[in-house]
Design a binder for this molecule. Structure first.
Ligand code: BGC
Length: 353
């Protein structure tokens, strides 16, 4: 039944696609949610650059991380004749069927930021070096707690992102490649003993979820400035770090005694927390750079030119290695945010007040 529906859908599409191809170059951009700052920037940057390059753009957001909505929107992009699809998947494993249809219709697919799994329709992947994001966070905690030389032990709790996001394997994996030897030796102690990726995950990277989990940990283990000491919290991104921050402030921690807390994205609320002395760092992934790279990829695909990639070994989506372009993530702290974010025009000082 499902197969028949797919075939009918594919046949209808072939007809409409022929018309679409004649009409010109339409590019579909499918983003997961507007509730997080970065995806709004990613989408807007790509739309502006693609339009400037002469393309027409279908930019759609899948409600608030709604998987069926994303699938429907991609179906529509296929039927309206998009020539290339740029997709930041909500769940890396839910797009196999719809992308089969894209492939049957000769549409190229670029996985944007997050790898799309189990689909041989994915032509390219453009992202930041996700493992390096994790090692940057783990390395920051290692340096701040002076783990190489201090005697310890230090208490830490671990938070990562959505289990359906393939990036989490790299963020958490990268961070744990640095932290796990210290956990194994006992220099770092995780009082909750929640150390597996699934125990540390946060559905949809949701701030309320991470706040709830941190509040539960505070009640169970008595963390507080006058209670059980908490030296660090690993958080894979800013939306999760914000929930952790809320819970830790609720537990009485303030600037000066706040645990070392990591993040990623340099979202405005997190940058404000960094300036206020609560969150310790974030990882800057300049969405302008990624969008520019993807627009170059799209243009090369449409024109039948060689596509610029710089990694052919790291990202296997279950059907083989996907040729990738990895941009460089950069550590951001109170010491370098001016140069990184203000001087580069990413934010104004007023944005962070
Ligand atoms: C992205 C992060 C983002 C997270 C939540 C990840 O796949 O790489 O930049 O913070 O999703 O949206």
């Amino acid at each position: 039944m499902r197969k028949l529906a797919t075939m009918l859908f594919a046949a209808t599409l072939s007809l409409s696609l022929a018309a679409g191809a004649r009409a010109g170059e339409r590019i579909g951009v499918s983003m997961p949610t507007q509730s997080l700052q970065r995806w709004n920037q990613d989408g807007a940057n790509m739309k502006t650059l693609l339009e400037a390059a002469g393309y027409s753009v279908d930019l759609l957001y899948a409600g608030d991380n709604d998987i069926p909505t994303q699938v429907n929107q991609i179906e529509n992009m296929i039927s309206t004749g998009c020539k290339v699809l740029v997709i930041a998947a909500i769940d890396g494993t839910s797009l196999t069927r719809v992308l089969d249809v894209a492939k049957q219709n000769g549409i190229s697919v670029i996985a944007y930021d997050r790898l799309i799994m189990n689909s041989d329709a994915v032509s390219y992947y453009a992202t930041f070096d996700n493992f390096k994001v994790g090692t940057t966070q783990g390395g920051f905690i290692e340096a701040k707690l002076n783990l190489k030389t201090a005697a310890g032990p230090f208490n830490i709790e671990l938070f990562t992102g959505d289990p359906g996001d393939n990036n989490v394997n790299f963020f958490f994996g990268g961070a744990m490649s640095i932290l796990k030897p210290y956990i194994d030796s006992g220099k770092l102690v995780v009082p909750s003993r929640q150390t597996t990726q699934s125990q540390c995950s946060t559905v949809n990277w949701n701030t309320e979820e991470s706040q709830k989990r941190m509040e539960n940990l505070v009640s169970a283990y008595g963390y507080g400035p006058n209670g059980t000491k908490l030296d660090a919290v690993l958080s894979s991104n800013d939306s999760v770090a914000n929930g952790v921050t809320n819970a830790l402030i609720g537990a009485g921690f303030r600037k000066g005694n706040f645990p070392v807390l990591t993040g990623q994205d340099c979202d405005k609320p997190s940058m404000k927390n960094i300036l206020a002395g609560t969150q310790s760092m974030s990882v800057f992934k300049d969405t302008r750079t990624l969008a520019k790279q993807v627009v170059k990829m799209v243009d090369a695909i449409v024109k039948g030119q060689k596509v610029d990639i710089n990694d052919t070994t790291t990202y296997d989506n279950g059907t083989g290695i996907i040729p990738s372009f990895l941009c460089d993530p950069v550590i951001c702290t109170i010491d370098n945010y001016k140069e990184l974010l203000i001087d580069s025009g990413y934010y104004t000082e007023a944005d962070l007040r």
